[in-house]
Ligand binder design. Structure first.
Ligand code: PLP
Length: 419
């Protein structure tokens, strides 16, 4: 029999880039008794979370909530807006971009995956996995599509497999500059509620997200924020859809209900997460993640290891990809760190398997849990015989120490009700 909680003492360090550590306040909220999903209490809860999610996506338009992981919301975005053989332009920021492309292809959509093709000595097989989206490539491709065959442009905002956060506004501007009518669909599964995101202002048609990252909830809930143009596209979109069809859900959501049984206890959790995020203020939440990321990057730099993302203008505030020295299997190192220090780090996915590990800096964390995470990495690398050029713990302590006053502006506000 598998023992499900075998961490002998203290807390397990879940430092993967999602699922993120869930705050106790959210766990407690989810432990309330399950209620009738057709009753009046539920209607009020539904309306609260649907309204709150509009604030998180920064949209005035509907947000559709699914009881599924993020992959379901990817499928929903495609099937509600496209028909078989429609052509879509996708951009290879990393593993998740390629998975979304594979899904579109399986659904019968014609896909084109654009990638930056420059030189990269460290990762010659995947140079575009070290950068954000290059909007000029999108603009060039759309400008060449005079017949407007391309129906949608699909971009991953925060590429969780690499640690690069793409500039979505630059993609919107590229589409506009090419005077192209394609829909803009964005995966912000790991960006939302960690890094600034503006669905309406950036002219995004469908934003896909999930519960288990910046919203600090367990996995099992996902989202589509949808623009009026996206809703219009459903009228001609012919891909089969039933469970994921927006129309019935949006209609029933007016009363705070769903056409099927929603995941009630995750809704309690979402309600609490919204309270926490909005009490702190989204701007403070974004600053907090930026600051954590700065400390973690300082540690990686002090170790003398390459950060996977090579463009500082798109460093992710959510996670940092750390490349291990050539010949060092990053997964063997992760295993060692897990076994010795009860610390989970993200694995390298797809083209970077074994070449890197990922440190998540999101969810229920703080300066000290991140310092402990960095210490766990540092000790593990020393045990593995990796030669480090300096102490990452020391470097991160300096960043966190020097900027602690800035952080303190947010913390007392966030904790005010419990002090
Ligand atoms: N897109 C991104 C950017 C992700 O990080 C993930 C999961 O980590 C997914 C899509 C897939 O979401 P899920 O695993 O919840 O189905």
């Amino acid at each position: 029999m598998v023992k499900l909680d075998f961490h002998p003492s203290g807390r397990h360090f879940l430092q993967i880039p999602g699922p993120s550590p869930v705050p106790d306040r959210i766990l407690r909220a989810m432990s309330l008794p399950t209620i009738d999903h057709r009753g009046p209490e539920f209607g009020a809860l539904g309306q609260k979370v649907l309204g709150g999610m509009k604030q998180i996506f920064k949209t005035r338009h509907p947000v559709v909530v699914y009881p599924s992981s993020g992959t379901g919301a990817w499928e929903a975005a495609l099937t509600n807006t496209l028909s078989a053989d429609d052509h879509v332009l996708m951009y290879e920021t990393g593993h998740f971009a390629t998975l979304w492309q594979k899904m579109a292809a399986r659904l019968g959509v014609s896909t084109e995956l654009v990638a930056w093709q420059g030189e990269d000595a460290e990762l010659p097989g995947a140079p575009s996995w070290r950068r954000g989206v290059q909007a000029d490539l999108i603009e060039a491709r759309l400008s060449a599509d005079g017949a407007h065959r391309i129906k949608a442009v699909c971009i991953v905002h925060n590429e969780t497999s690499t640690g690069a956060t793409s500039d979505i506004l630059s993609v919107r501007r590229a589409i506009d500059a090419a005077k192209h009518p394609a829909l803009l669909m964005v995966d912000s599964i790991s960006g939302l509620a960690c890094v600034d995101y503006r669905h309406d202002e950036w002219g995004v048609d469908v934003t896909v997200s999930g519960s288990q990252k910046g919203l600090m909830l367990p996995p099992g809930m996902s989202f589509n924020a949808v623009s009026p143009r996206a809703i219009e596209a459903t009228k001609t979109a012919r891909l089969p859809r039933s469970f994921f069809a927006w129309d019935e859900i949006i209609e029933m959501n007016k009363g705070g209900y769903w056409p099927y049984t929603p995941n009630t206890n995750l809704m309690y959790g979402l309600s609490e997460a919204l309270d926490m995020l909005l009490e702190e203020s989204l701007d403070a939440v974004f600053r907090r993640h930026e600051r954590w990321a700065r400390g973690v990057r300082a540690a990686v730099t002090a170790w003398g290891l390459p950060i996977q993302c090579v463009d500082p203008s798109v460093y992710s505030p959510v996670l940092t990809g750390v490349m291990t020295p050539r010949g060092v299997d990053a997964d063997a190192l992760r295993k060692l760190i897990y076994e010795r220090f009860d610390l989970s780090l993200g694995t390298g996915l797809g083209k970077v398997k074994g070449r890197m590990f990922r440190i998540g800096h999101l969810g229920d964390s703080n300066d000290l849990t991140l310092l402990a995470t960095i210490a766990g990495c540092e000790m593990g690398m020393k045990i593995a015989g990796i030669k480090l050029s300096g102490s990452g713990v020391q470097a991160a302590m300096e960043v966190f120490g020097e900027t602690a006053a800035a952080q303190a502006v947010g913390v007392p506000q966030r904790r005010a009700s419990t002090v």
